[in-house]
Ligand binder design. Structure first.
Ligand code: GLV
Ligand code: MG
Length: 279
């Protein structure tokens, strides 16, 4: 997924001019088959509705998603859903064509994340925004780096668990946000491993170098990918031919739940183009 930004990376006096640049970029650059998203400004600014009208109105046919920053409550998403429906009708697009990614980056958004994740069928992804979130809760940090995770306390552990549960309960992709110390790739790897360990599907990359590391962290290792296929084979033989639901796989007992876990690793690996070593 690639996203173009109209929000915090654009200076306030450039907000209006940025819209046409984004429209031109969507229309004129080669995005191949990448999922393409534009982050609009939040509802508490003067810019949101015109961001949507301009971008979806003029480039909506190639656009896949709108990203909403600083979502605070379910009605923020409902309002976006209604606005998108009107803009799609006027632009001759099928209603429902544009999906929504919602960023959770305030204490209020986190408290309401369960309702937010269930607020619209357009929702595809829930995204944690650590920088705004740190500001929102008054964390004593000036950047988002690995030290957030190894300090004397780590409020992000609660945040990760809460966002993950709300996202999964509603069938959404769950994504971790940016890592700002962009030159330190080892530190990025460490930080990414933490949200991966909760089950997050990925993390924002701010540079191509970060993207390489993150693709590695959030894809299963070849060993895990191959083991998942082996578990599925063993489980299939046991259930179909030996009429047993629980069996030993080396030193591990496996059953239906193990097959579900294995299936999720196979799906993740296949999404990133992996192939089983042994056919
Ligand atoms: C991203 O938008 C963040 O605030 O971390
Ligand atoms: Mg933010």
């Amino acid at each position: 997924m690639s996203f173009l930004d109209l929000e915090d990376s654009v200076a306030p006096n450039e907000k209006v001019a940025a819209r046409i640049k984004v429209v031109n970029a969507i229309r004129n650059l080669n995005w191949d088959d990448r999922v393409l998203c534009v982050r609009v400004n939040a509802w508490d600014t003067p810019w949101t509705y015109e961001d949507v009208i301009e971008v979806v109105g003029h480039a909506g046919s190639r656009l896949d998603e709108i990203m909403m920053p600083k979502v605070r409550r379910a009605s923020d998403v409902v309002a976006m859903d209604l606005l998108l429906s009107q803009v799609e009708k006027n632009a001759g697009l099928p209603v429902g064509h544009i999906g929504i990614e919602a960023q959770i980056e305030t204490a209020e958004g986190l408290i309401n994340v369960e309702e937010i994740c269930a607020a619209s069928p357009r929702l595809e992804t829930i995204v944690f925004g650590p920088a705004d979130f740190a500001a929102s809760i008054g964390m004593p940090v000036t950047t988002i780096d690995e030290h957030i995770h190894d300090g004397p306390s780590n409020p992000f552990s609660y945040v990760f668990a809460k966002i993950l549960m709300a996202g999964r309960a509603n069938g959404l992709h769950v994504i971790d946000g940016p890592f700002l110390k962009v030159r330190d790739l080892d530190a990025l790897r460490f930080a990414a491993t933490i949200s991966f360990s909760y089950g997050f599907d990925g993390k924002w990359a701010l540079t191509p170098d970060q993207a390489l590391i993150l693709n590695e962290v959030y894809s299963p290792s070849q060993e895990l990918f191959d083991k998942s296929f082996d578990i599925l084979d063993a489980y299939r033989v046991a259930t179909e031919h030996e009429h047993t639901g629980a069996l030993m796989f080396g030193d591990e007992m496996i059953d239906e739940a193990s097959a579900k876990i294995a299936n999720s690793f196979v799906a993740r690996g296949e999404r990133s183009g992996m192939k089983r070593t042994k056919e």
